[in-house]
Design a protein around this ligand. Structure first.
Ligand SMILES: CC(C)(COP(=O)(O)OP(=O)(O)OC[C@H]1O[C@@H](n2cnc3c(N)ncnc32)[C@H](O)[C@@H]1OP(=O)(O)O)[C@@H](O)C(=O)NCCC(=O)NCCS
Length: 355
């Protein structure tokens, strides 16, 4: 972990339906019309509805001035199709020493219940963990506003308890429900998606090939699997020094029951290097007689191998299981000493290495 947060400012973040971007002075009309003037939207917020667009303009001019600081994260939520600002999501408090921050959000009433804030929040969480180096992200809501709690749950945050009569609105005190997510758990969850009961159910089925071997011995099997290529900024390829053969090889392994090739790639990447990726690009699927492999113990397989490039890596690679001694990036324009010959064959076959 870096010794301090690496602030990046209000960078543009895109998702399937949304663009999160810095607010502009010209957003005043949309912001006023869509949410700032709506007392239903501000009902559980800390500020009153704007009575006139001039109030919105004034706020926007303050916000726009704050963007000169790279520790300010205040995104306008824009629908990709409509190019209209429909809400906002921001870091409302940061604790630099604790690597933690709190998030706040709101959107226009006509867009409620469409999963928009959840989509935005998930993207912001990913950005803050992977780019800024946050370790803990919190959010709090008035207990009378359960819809906001649902957004927190659906975004992967855990309920941590209620703070009673902790805030006041006029003469009334109200309670806040506290939610948080920590980076380690986030990385595990996005990889294994353990909130999905189907995936939990599958966990006990791991070891498919190993189990099969109990019945069929060493005979040749067709084995589906994924190979995951990870490159650093200078185009070097991540390899692991394997404990079974002692030589350097690519990341990847056999598919388990119920997995898709992409699930397979995600799991292997996390198990072998402790990292995840935001996007998996399927490069090719390899099969045929040259994909035969004889293991040191005599097991024979014909690989059917999906080769992926993992993009937008989250986390720093580290040895996360007992399958490798170490991990390292290698330049691929020159021979790699100790590269496993079968892995070299695969890299050659997909045109990645010429030697
Ligand atoms: C709260 C708010 C941010 C939710 O945004 P959204 O884009 O509508 O959220 P999503 O569609 O992703 O999810 C809303 C969830 O709350 C649920 N929900 C809505 N009203 C609810 C209620 N009264 N009780 C319980 N759940 C409710 C929805 O069904 C949905 O859950 P589901 O997907 O499981 O069905 C939005 O309503 C808003 O801007 N409100 C005003 C401002 C605000 O309260 N901000 C948060 C301050 S902490």
């Amino acid at each position: 972990m870096s010794k301090h947060l690496v602030h990046k400012g209000t960078r543009i973040i895109t998702t399937d339906r949304l663009t999160l971007r810095a607010f502009k002075q010209s957003d005043a009309g949309d912001m006023f019309k869509n949410w700032a003037n709506d007392s239903e939207v501000t009902r559980f917020l800390t500020w009153p509805p704007h009575e006139h667009v001039d109030v919105t303009k004034e706020i926007l001019s303050i916000w726009c001035g704050q963007y000169e600081y790279d520790n300010v994260y205040n995104w306008a939520i824009e629908l990709n199709d409509e190019k209209e600002v429909i809400g906002g999501i921001s870091v409302v408090a940061t604790s630099e020493n604790d690597f933690s921050c709190e998030i706040g959000y709101c959107i226009s009433r006509k867009h409620w219940g469409m999963g928009i804030v959840t989509e935005a929040f998930k993207a912001v969480i990913n950005f803050l963990f992977s780019e800024v180096g946050m370790n803990r992200i919190v959010a709090r809501h008035d207990t009378n506003n359960p819809a906001s709690g649902r957004v927190m749950q659906k975004s992967g945050l855990n309920f941590e308890g209620i703070s009673y009569a902790v805030k006041s609105r006029g003469e009334d005190f109200y309670d806040l429900a506290n939610y948080a997510i920590i980076k380690e758990e986030y990385l595990k969850n996005i990889n294994h998606n353990l909130s999905d009961p189907q995936v939990k159910e599958n966990a006990h089925r791991l070891g498919y090939i190993k189990n099969l071997r109990k019945y069929v011995g060493h005979i040749p099997l067709i084995m589906a699997g994924a190979c995951v290529l990870v490159f650093n900024e200078t185009g070097e390829l991540l390899l692991q020094r394997r404990t079974d053969s002692g030589d350097w090889g690519t990341l990847g392994g056999a598919m388990e029951l119920c997995e898709s090739f992409e699930d397979n790639a995600k799991r292997e990447l996390f198990e072998e290097a402790g990292i995840t990726a935001n996007r998996y690009e399927l490069l090719t699927v390899l099969s045929g007689p040259d994909m035969y492999y004889l293991y040191p113990n005599g097991d024979e397989i014909y690989n059917v191998m999906a080769v992926f490039i993992a993009h937008d890596i989250v986390g720093e690679p580290f040895v996360n299981d007992d399958e490798s001694f170490e991990l390292a990036y290698f330049p691929i324009d020159q021979p790699i000493k100790g590269l496993n010959p079968f892995n070299a064959h695969i890299l050659r076959k997909i045109g990645l290495i010429k030697w």
